[in-house]
Design a protein around this ligand. Structure first.
Ligand code: CAP
Ligand code: MG
Length: 421
């Protein structure tokens, strides 16, 4: 049996195939390397084997149907039968597994996955999605304004809850735990939930607006579930998972509990494999898989903030998690019943950047300000007002914002005016 038959540039992918787009660097040359990759990621190995019958090969062999030598891009169509429906770890073991360890490969990057409807429909996807979150908070036509409690860790549960109250009552819709705050000796998870929920009730009463707190439940799965249930029992509506640390399979387990909680996906650590443009896996792939697993709102980048990520990349990711079809016009995806995910822009944001951020990423966005709120020269309450005002100026298209009314916004502009962008 010839491995050569993995290569079929005339092949037209069928509607159930899963198409992986790889960028490959190999001393073997693109074509040969692609054949090795197609084999190792599916039914083949390093040599001919007597156990692989022609019948099996014909049924299950992936087809390399596109090669761009200049861009080093290869597209491989995998028959759906190679995958267990509803099983993200199995998909990753095949398409993002052994092939990354092969000696013949210098660099390899999984750029995109075009998922077929049959595969997509084997997942539940988000319970809330964009519309569900908007409905819960009763905010329709503007970005949601969020903040991360800072310092990341260090405040007591009481201080954390008080700070949440202070910023909720000054314009913030969503307050969240940071990615490395779980249950610490100085701030125990359950204590935090109880204290925060009390302050949330007060803040909602005073403002007449719905508020959201995002509790970080990141931990081993049994503890995560216990914490999620605790949040639910105490009237909370949202939990956060650090999805790279925790794994998307555990997100699926959480989603299947029918707790009807918003699942907030923090992506800390993704750059270990998504940042190098020559090697690893793109954030686009992670984002699509997170949508399948059931994430309702996902960190995808800011373009203008402190984290890496170009406008093109972040726009493409946001489109893929919000829309039916990916950016790839040829291989359109139909997400069917799977709801759109709310993109979160977070990391190094402060009021001045709001206008540019919204102009690039649009209105369907949760905008998080951490340092750019708590670092306001007059403290967190003023910072919260400044962040809300920055959004208000953009959304209401206010030409010359009044210096008195938008005082905190102007103070923030002045404070960070010399900050290197
Ligand atoms: C933002 C943040 C988030 C990053 C993650 C932080 O705080 O809380 O974790 O946004 O990046 O700790 O850095 P600041 P991304 O506003 O103080 O920067 O959203 O790109 O995954
Ligand atoms: Mg953080």
């Amino acid at each position: 049996m010839q491995k050569k038959s993995f290569l079929n540039l005339h092949y037209k992918p069928n509607k159930n195939d899963i198409i992986a787009t790889y960028r490959i660097e190999s001393k073997l040359g693109l074509e040969k390397a692609a054949i090795e990759i197609a084999a190792e990621s599916s039914i083949g190995t390093w040599t001919k084997i007597s156990t692989l019958k022609q019948k099996t090969f014909d049924k299950l062999a992936p087809q390399i149907f596109f090669i761009d030598k200049k861009k080093k891009i290869v597209k491989i169509a995998y028959p759906i039968e190679l995958f267990e429906l509803g099983n993200i770890p199995q998909l990753l073991s095949a398409l993002a597994g052994n092939i990354f360890s092969m000696k013949i490969i210098d660099n390899l990057r999984l750029e995109d996955l075009s998922l077929s409807t049959k595969y997509i429909n084997s997942f539940e996807g988000p319970y809330y999605g964009i519309n569900g979150v908007r409905k819960l908070l009763d905010i329709q036509h503007r970005p949601l304004i969020g903040s991360i409690i800072k310092p990341k860790v260090g405040l007591s549960a009481k201080e954390h809850a008080q700070l949440a109250y202070d910023i909720w009552t000054n314009g913030i819709d969503v307050v969240k735990d940071d990615e490395n705050l779980t249950s610490m000796p100085f701030n125990k998870f359950k204590d935090r939930v109880i204290k925060v929920m009390k302050q949330k009730k007060k803040a909602e009463h005073i403002t007449g607006c719905k508020k959201l707190h995002v509790f970080n439940i990141t931990a081993p799965m049994d503890i995560m579930l216990e914490r999620a249930k605790f949040v639910k029992t105490h009237g909370g509506k949202c939990v956060m998972v650090d999805l790279v640390s925790v794994g998307l399979d555990n997100v699926q387990v959480l989603r299947k509990q029918k707790l009807n909680l918003i699942i907030h996906g923090h992506r800390a650590g993704h750059s270990m494999f998504s940042r190098n443009p020559k090697h690893g896996m793109s954030m686009l792939v992670i984002a699509k898989l997170a949508r399948l697993a059931g994430i309702d709102q996902l960190h995808t980048g800011t373009v203008v903030g402190k984290m890496d990520g170009s406008a093109q990349e972040v726009i493409e990711i946001n489109q893929a998690i919000k829309e039916d079809a990916g950016i790839n016009k040829v291989l359109r995806e139909n997400w069917g019943k799977i709801k759109p995910v709310f993109p979160i822009a977070s990391g190094g944001l402060y009021p001045e950047l709001t206008k540019k951020l919204i102009s690039i990423l649009g209105n369907d966005l949760i905008i998080n300000y951490g340092g750019g709120l708590h670092g306001h020269p007059h403290g967190s309450k003023s910072g919260a007002r400044a962040c809300y005002q920055a959004m208000q100026i953009v959304i209401e298209k206010i030409k010359n914002p009044d210096k008195n009314y938008f005082k905190e916004y102007y103070e923030a502009l002045e404070h960070w005016k010399n900050k290197k962008k």
